[in-house]
Design a binder for this molecule. Structure first.
Ligand SMILES: [Zn+2]
Length: 164
């Protein structure tokens, strides 16, 4: 039995209690809001970029422990990363949360702390909670995203980027 399979990992509870990068960015940024009406999660993600890198990121809003912890871990994981790697990470998280089996050691190593979210895959109703921040970030990365506009996504409108 893989200990990481439990839904509420210590690291998740800690991030829910003390979310990282919580608030608003003062610099020019892209923003997307995400809503998950099934659980009542509602957060917005702001991302600043320079060159081909995420230079700063923040999120704010209300959500359950899984939603907030996932968004908090996300901001830590992507800050300073090249945009191409951030896109790969979003895809890797989507895979982690929707796959049938647990990730292997190599995948776990690549994901680092984010691997703590793997237990979510066995709780289908919570997958949208865990993906909400990532889907909002995905929206921020789209070329069509306006720097000053807020794109809003919802888990219940059949949005392509949320497939749970
Ligand atoms: Zn939730």
């Amino acid at each position: 039995m893989n200990m990481l399979d439990d839904l509420y990992q210590e690291v998740l509870l800690e991030h829910k209690k003390h979310p990282r990068n919580c608030g608003r960015l003062q610099c020019e940024h892209r923003c997307a809001a995400g809503h998950n009406p099934l659980c009542g999660d509602s957060i917005s993600v702001q991302m600043a970029e320079s060159g081909d890198r995420v230079t700063d990121i923040a999120f704010e809003g209300q959500g359950c422990a899984i939603c907030i912890a996932s968004a908090s871990l996300m901001t830590e994981a992507v800050k300073g990363r090249p945009l191409a790697e951030v896109r790969q990470l979003i895809a890797a998280m989507r895979e982690l949360l929707t796959r049938e089996s647990a990730p292997d050691d190599a995948q776990e190593a690549r994901l680092g702390k984010l691997a703590a979210l793997q237990g979510v895959r066995r709780h289908p109703s919570r997958i949208k909670c865990a993906m909400l921040g990532w889907c909002a970030l995905d929206e921020c990365l789209k070329d069509t995203c306006d720097t000053c506009g807020v794109a809003t996504i919802t888990t219940e409108a059949g949005h392509a980027s949320i497939t749970a």
